[in-house]
Design a protein around this ligand. Structure first.
Ligand SMILES: [Mg+2]
Length: 249
């Protein structure tokens, strides 16, 4: 344990906007699974996919969405995402593991065959890269904790010149477990996320009840996510982030 403070960041929807890539990779992965050429262009993000992205927790879910489009009932999915997802999985006889494998294979091929085009499908949010790079001068370390596969996250971070103290991908386990482990190594100052449900689980986890949680208002938020936040979860804007860490909390 050292005393150097640590701030932990989610990746997708916090550091990088990867919407174009999520759709591109998910629709290509769906084509692999369906052995078809697909009905929708991988280069044009459908509105329904964009609107459902805030419900997505793991990458494989996007492959299912891509397979269900363009015929899915958007209102039904918005009403009860988990139930529609379970139905679609059952109807197709797919598992999360198969879908995740198809997504990872698609991304691996893209990185190998056309790395720069794949990287260009991702945009860091304005000022984020510079802000993270400034932490060092504040005497603070930062880490990335994501449900994305670590190898792809590492590619993306490296491509924009970001080198976190530590990177934990989906292989490292559930976010609360990883945060508990990190807490034994460093004083945790904050966890920054765009998925409110994840922050709520973190705050309910024994040992993490005091961890300041920040919900970013620029990420993939559901329409009601900004309303009536429970204590301990604070909404933060890009402008707030530019301030010294002590002012965020
Ligand atoms: Mg996120």
């Amino acid at each position: 344990m050292t005393d150097r403070p640590l701030v932990v960041f989610d990746f997708d929807g916090v550091i990088v906007d990867g919407m174009a890539e999520y759709w591109w990779s998910a629709s290509h992965a769906s084509r692999r699974l369906n052995l078809s050429s697909g009905e929708l262009s991988p280069d044009q993000v459908p509105d329904a996919f964009r609107r459902l992205r805030p419900w997505v927790h793991h990458g494989w879910e996007m492959v299912l969405l891509a397979s269900e489009l363009p015929h899915l009932d958007l209102q039904a999915w918005l009403r009860d995402y988990r139930m529609e997802q379970a139905r679609a999985l059952e109807r197709r006889g797919w598992s999360a593991v198969d879908l995740q494998a198809a997504l990872d294979e698609t991304r691996r091929d893209a990185v190998r065959d056309n790395r720069s085009a794949w990287l260009q499908l991702h945009q860091p949010y304005p000022g984020l890269v510079e802000r993270l790079q400034r932490f060092d001068a504040e005497g603070v370390d930062w880490a990335v904790l994501t449900t994305k596969t670590a190898e792809f996250t590492a590619e993306l971070l490296d491509s924009v010149g970001l080198h976190p103290w530590r990177l934990d991908g989906r292989e490292a386990g559930a976010k609360p477990e990883v945060l508990l482990r990190l807490q034994t190594q460093r004083p945790l100052m904050a966890f920054v996320e765009d998925r409110r449900a994840t922050l709520e689980v973190v705050r309910r986890t024994p040992g993490l009840e005091q961890l300041p949680c920040l919900l970013v208002n620029w990420g993939y938020l559901r329409p009601d996510d900004r309303e009536n936040l429970p204590s301990g979860i604070k909404l933060i804007a890009l402008d707030d982030l530019a301030e010294p860490l002590a002012r965020w909390l």
